[in-house]
Write a protein that binds this ligand. Structure first.
Ligand SMILES: [Zn+2]
Length: 305
């Protein structure tokens, strides 16, 4: 049986919120079968916000959720790490509205999950298997899901910038490929946009420690982790946003120039198009054992500060 999973024990870290610049405590706690992934603001009592499209809040530069006036922001990198490591059930506690940005990638969250260890539960996991295409577009931004035996993502981006014209990548997403090829890819921004964000009170916690910054003539950070780190990060974002359907997806996601707004609008559309998918159990070979894959691009010391 392909059973649901949770964490073996609770695990915590401290980081800063990208937009507020405030220090944030994050704790991941084990949860029972069919609990799902839920956020809890410990500064606001015990109201949970389930990580599903039903609780989507306004999308600006990152993906936010809210329920009963309790909101959490910048959830997508953590959700991508959880869904890719097969963690179906977890309570995520935060003492602030933002999930900490860490190094701008999902690698620190993979490290935390590996630290906690994984526990198999006795209830089967359900997957959302695509049986008919679903597509959506907004101007030149496009996103679609097609039937496939595996979860695959094809992503392409195009920018009017001398260092980032066009990048495209297709990857079958497994725990192994996510940990090695996607999780370490950092978020990116353009120097010309940073000043505008700051004037609007956003990105106050942003720095070269947690984002790739593209200037007119080069990358301000010393080095990229991958030559095509940008498109890999877009795959990371899409995996995290798609997790809001509430089940791991089996299908081929194809996106061009999309972003959080389109990813999440599409995730909501998937649930509405009930003729295009069905829920199945154990569709393919078991995932690679947790902890067997070394994490690139993350120094454990970063988690301690
Ligand atoms: Zn991102």
């Amino acid at each position: 049986m392909d059973a649901q999973r949770t964490l073996r024990r609770q695990v915590s870290c401290v980081g800063i919120g990208l937009h507020s610049g405030n220090k944030v405590n994050l704790t991941l706690r084990p949860a029972p079968a069919d609990f799902g992934v839920r956020f809890r603001r410990t500064d606001l009592g015990d109201h949970d916000v389930p990580a599903t499209v039903h609780h989507l809040a306004g999308i600006q530069l990152a993906t936010g959720l809210s329920r009963n006036d309790v909101s959490v922001e910048t959830v997508e990198h953590l959700l991508a790490a959880l869904v890719s490591t097969g963690i179906d059930n977890v309570l995520i506690e935060l003492n602030s509205p933002e999930v900490p940005i860490m190094d701008g990638s999902a690698a620190p969250f993979i490290y935390l999950i590996h630290e906690a260890g994984v526990k198999r539960l006795t209830t089967p996991r359900k997957y959302l298997k695509i049986v008919r295409p679903i597509a959506m577009s907004r101007g030149d931004k496009r996103i679609a899901l097609y039937p496939s035996d595996h979860f695959k993502v094809t992503y392409s981006i195009s920018y009017d910038h001398p260092l980032l014209r066009h990048q495209s990548r297709t990857l079958r997403i497994t725990e192994e490929s996510f940990v090695e090829d996607i999780a370490p890819a950092r978020t990116f921004t353009f120097l010309k946009d940073v000043e505008m964000l700051r004037q609007n009170g956003l990105a106050l916690g942003g720095s070269l420690e947690n984002a790739i910054v593209l200037g007119e003539t080069g990358v301000l950070n010393n080095a990229l982790r991958f030559e095509d780190e940008f498109v890999r990060h877009k795959i990371l974002d899409a995996v995290g946003d798609l997790a809001l359907v509430g089940y791991p997806v089996i299908g081929h996601l194809v996106a061009h120039r999309a972003g959080h707004a389109l990813h999440t609008e599409f995730a909501a559309k998937i649930l509405e198009e009930t003729h295009a998918w069905r829920l199945v159990e154990a569709p393919f070979e078991p995932l690679v054992p947790i902890g067997a894959i070394p994490v690139k691009g993350v120094a454990p010391a970063r988690l301690a500060n």
